[in-house]
Ligand binder design. Structure first.
Ligand code: CA
Ligand code: CA
Length: 299
C-alpha cells in the first residue's frame, strides 16, 4: 500500500514538471523567428532520418543553426563598404539595398575660408555645396539651379577674385616656368626625402644629366597626377596642381586647357610633353607600378 502511494506521488510530480516545461516552451514559441523554425525542421528531419550520411549532413546544419541562435551574426551595415563619389552618401533603399544618393544637406559654413570658386567663376559656400549641386543636376533633381551645373567643379579654394587675364606673351613663357617649377618641386621633395626610391632615382638622374632635367620632372608629375593609373590625367586629376596655383599663376588654367590638344578632357603623356615643349623622345612612361597599390588621396 505504501509503495502504491509513493508511485502515485512520483507520477504527480513528474506530471507537474512536464506542465511547467510546457508553459516555458509555449512562451518561447511566441518569440520564434525564422532561425528557430529552421532549427525545429532540421531537428524533426534528423529524428526521422536513418541514413547516416544524410544524418551527418543534417547534424552539421543543425550545429550551424544552433550556433547562429546562440551567437547571432552581427549585422554589417552594407553602406559601410559602399564608396560614394563626391557629393553623394550611401543610404539603404526600400529593398534594404545600399545606394548612393545626393547629400541631402551640407553643413552650414560660416567660415569664409571654406568658400570655393568654381570654373564658372562663382563663389560657393563650401566644396560640399558644389558637389551636392553637381549631383542634383546629374540626376535632374529640383535643387539643380542650372543644367550646366552638372559640369560644375572647383577651380580653387577661397572666394572668386578678379583674375588677371593671361595674355599671349605670358602664355608663351609659361611652359618654361612650369618646367622649372616642376623640377624645383621634385627637387624639394627629394631633399625632404618624400619621394619613393623609384622617383628618387629619376630625380638624381635629373640633377646629373641636363638633358633629363625637365623631362624627368615632367614624367614624374604626370605619373603623380594620374591617381587612378589609367595613364592619362583627367580634368579631375589636375585639381592638385590647378587649385593651389590658380590664384598665383593667372596662366595656369589656360595653359592646362591647352595641354589637352585633342580636347577629350584627358592629358596623355605625349600631350603633356608637347605643352611643356619637351622633346617627345625624352618622354618615356616611367610611372612606378607600385602606384597601383598605394591609396591615392587626391585623384
Ligand atoms: Ca587617370
Ligand atoms: Ca587629350
Amino acid at each position: 500500500m505504501r509503495s502504491i502511494w509513493l508511485l502515485l506521488c512520483l507520477g504527480l510530480l513528474a506530471l507537474s514538471q512536464v506542465h511547467a516545461e510546457d508553459d516555458g516552451f509555449l512562451d518561447d514559441i511566441a518569440e520564434f523567428d525564422d532561425n528557430d523554425e529552421e532549427f525545429l525542421q532540421l531537428l524533426e528531419e534528423k529524428n526521422k532520418n536513418k541514413d547516416v550520411e544524410r544524418e551527418n549532413e543534417l547534424a552539421q546544419k543543425l550545429a550551424e543553426v544552433q550556433h547562429n541562435l546562440l551567437t547571432p551574426v552581427v549585422e554589417v551595415d552594407p553602406c559601410e563598404t559602399m564608396h560614394c563619389g563626391a557629393g553623394r552618401i550611401c543610404q539603404l533603399n526600400k529593398q534594404d539595398k545600399p545606394e548612393c544618393i545626393c547629400i541631402p544637406e551640407c553643413p552650414e559654413e560660416t567660415d569664409t575660408r571654406r568658400r570655393v570658386c568654381t570654373n564658372k567663376n562663382e563663389t560657393w559656400p563650401s566644396d560640399c555645396s558644389v558637389y551636392q549641386q553637381r549631383c542634383w543636376c546629374d540626376i535632374k533633381e529640383p535643387g539643380c539651379r542650372h543644367p550646366d551645373n552638372a559640369h560644375l567643379h572647383i577651380d580653387y579654394y577661397g572666394e572668386c577674385h578678379e583674375s588677371r587675364v593671361c595674355d599671349g606673351e605670358d602664355l608663351k613663357d609659361f611652359p618654361r616656368r612650369m618646367r622649372d617649377w616642376l623640377f624645383n618641386v621634385m627637387r624639394d621633395l627629394a631633399e625632404r626625402d618624400e619621394l619613393t626610391e623609384h622617383y628618387m632615382q629619376m630625380e638624381l638622374e635629373a640633377e646629373t644629366n641636363n638633358s633629363r632635367r625637365w623631362a624627368n620632372a615632367a614624367v614624374w608629375k604626370w605619373c603623380d597626377l594620374d591617381g587612378d593609373t589609367d595613364r592619362s590625367v583627367s580634368r579631375h586629376e589636375l585639381f592638385p596642381i590647378r587649385a593651389p596655383l590658380v590664384s598665383l599663376e593667372h596662366c595656369i588654367a589656360p595653359f592646362l586647357e591647352s595641354c589637352d590638344s585633342n580636347n577629350d578632357h584627358r592629358i596623355t603623356l605625349i600631350e603633356w610633353g608637347a605643352c611643356l615643349e619637351l622633346d617627345a623622345e625624352d618622354l618615356k612612361e616611367r610611372c612606378e607600378d607600385v602606384q597601383n597599390s598605394v591609396p591615392q588621396l587626391l585623384g
